[in-house]
Design a protein around this ligand. Structure first.
Ligand SMILES: Cc1cc2nc3c(=O)[nH]c(=O)nc-3n(C[C@H](O)[C@H](O)[C@H](O)COP(=O)(O)OP(=O)(O)OC[C@H]3O[C@@H](n4cnc5c(N)ncnc54)[C@H](O)[C@@H]3O)c2cc1C
Length: 384
């Protein structure tokens, strides 16, 4: 937008922080509200593939991410069977001729610390414990009442409120979250010095990943099939995680054995949001998980949220807000839907019990290369 806009960003997760940074850097006035009273984030880790790292560089956050996280040597991913025997090794692509690494693991809390530092540098405060209580479109803007009682008029409201975004019902009434049929166990451990690769162990219907996230920590994530969306008592999580992934030996075994009541364990029933366009209504736009929460099997949800933020800022360079938001959706919907669809298929394929992995091994590297090449092709025309 050639004009400086007054923008309210709701939700300070990956999408909200990135949007606030990108929009402030583009010269807009940004207000960022976050529901949580305290800025606390899940203790597990997150993978940032090269496309996420490219976006973090554009947001001025790449160097601290590389310093705090763990760069996987050569972007190597070892596929092992549940006993720990090798199936195939694949390599994720780097970006910019190898200057940007292929994949970095990082603690989620560290990623948010880095994004918070950038918010401070661009002059955006996070208003904690604040939500949108009421919103009404008026001729010249959106009249918003926030939970602290303030009444303000904004040119644009960006919903970055994640999977359960209340504003999604405003933009797309009746839209629903879809349960994927999968649950994911996660735990954080001390990293053995020699464990430096990303590892995926393929079991009979379960998959267990191991990912270094810092010099001293790694995290594990185990996928289980759970069509009934079973609710588990939190106190039982460590025991249930051990039981659910009991078939895994090899490098997973000592990690599973050390899971006890003192271990940081998380269980997530994985849900998706598959929303057709438009992703905006009037002056309210959805980005990140609010628009397109995905299963995590391609590790792309955070990357898509970062890209959304940059593309939104770029789209607002035009003069007409309706056209800008329409363009944003048109640029992002194919990319995010593709990542979502592939992720869902990978999850379903991983849940199938196989007699052998020969076919999987033969096509594994081509599948990785094909996925990133198609993402690149679909992104053509946008800033990232
Ligand atoms: C098990 C699992 C593993 C994953 N692994 C990866 C990975 O390795 N790599 C990757 O790129 N992605 C991964 N993802 C996906 C990634 O975590 C999400 O896509 C990403 O966090 C989305 O960011 P977001 O900001 O859109 O939403 P969120 O992270 O959900 O943030 C939403 C924010 O909005 C706040 N909020 C909610 N409601 C309101 C409200 N009404 N008002 C104000 N604030 C509100 C919330 O408190 C939160 O801070 C994984 C997801 C799962 C479930």
């Amino acid at each position: 937008m050639s004009r400086r806009l007054d923008i309210l960003v709701s939700g300070a997760g990956i999408a909200g922080c990135a949007a606030a940074i990108a929009l402030a850097e583009a010269g807009h006035d940004v207000r960022l509200v976050e529901r949580q009273e305290e800025w606390a984030f899940a203790s597990s880790g997150i993978f940032l593939y090269a496309n996420a790292l490219v976006s973090l560089e554009a947001l001025g956050a790449l160097d601290p991410v590389l310093a705090a996280g763990f760069v996987v040597p050569e972007g190597r991913n070892l596929y092992l069977d549940h006993l720990g025997d090798p199936i195939v090794t694949t390599y994720y692509p780097t970006a910019d001729d190898g200057r940007i690494p292929a994949v970095v693991g990082i603690k989620r809390a560290e990623l948010h610390r880095i994004l918070a530092d950038r918010l401070a540098e661009v002059g955006v405060d996070v208003e904690l414990g604040t939500t949108i209580a009421d919103l009404a479109e008026e001729a010249q803007g959106v009249r918003v009442v926030t939970s602290d009682g303030r009444v303000c008029s904004h040119d644009l409201v960006v919903s970055c409120e994640g999977l359960r975004s209340p504003l999604r019902q405003y933009v797309a009434p009746g839209s629903e979250v879809r349960y994927s049929g999968f649950g994911i166990w996660r735990s954080v451990h001390e990293r053995p010095r020699d464990l430096t690769d990303k590892i995926m162990q393929m079991g009979a219907g379960t998959r267990l990943g191991i990912m270094p996230i810092s010099e001293d920590r790694l995290y594990t994530f185990g996928t289980v099939v759970d069509p009934d969306k079973t609710w588990h008592q939190r106190a039982d999580w460590p025991r249930l995680m051990r039981e659910a992934l009991a078939e895994h030996q090899g490098p997973a075994r000592p990690l599973l054995d050390e899971v006890d009541d003192a271990t940081d364990v998380l269980y997530t029933a994985v849900e998706e949001v598959a929303l057709p366009l438009p992703w905006h209504r009037g002056r309210v736009v959805l980005i990140g998980d609010a628009a397109h929460a995905s299963t995590p099997f391609m590790g792309q949800g955070g990357a898509m949220a970062l890209e959304d933020a940059l593309v939104l800022a770029q789209s607002l360079e035009g003069d007409d807000l309706e056209q800008a938001l329409t363009r944003f959706g048109e640029l992002r919907h194919p990319v995010c839907t593709y990542a979502q669809d592939v992720s869902r298929r990978v999850g379903e394929a991983g849940a199938r019990v196989r007699d052998d992995f020969a076919e999987f091994a033969a096509g594994a590297q081509a599948a990785v290369d094909g996925f990133y090449a198609e993402l690149d092709r679909l992104r053509t025309g946008s800033v990232v």
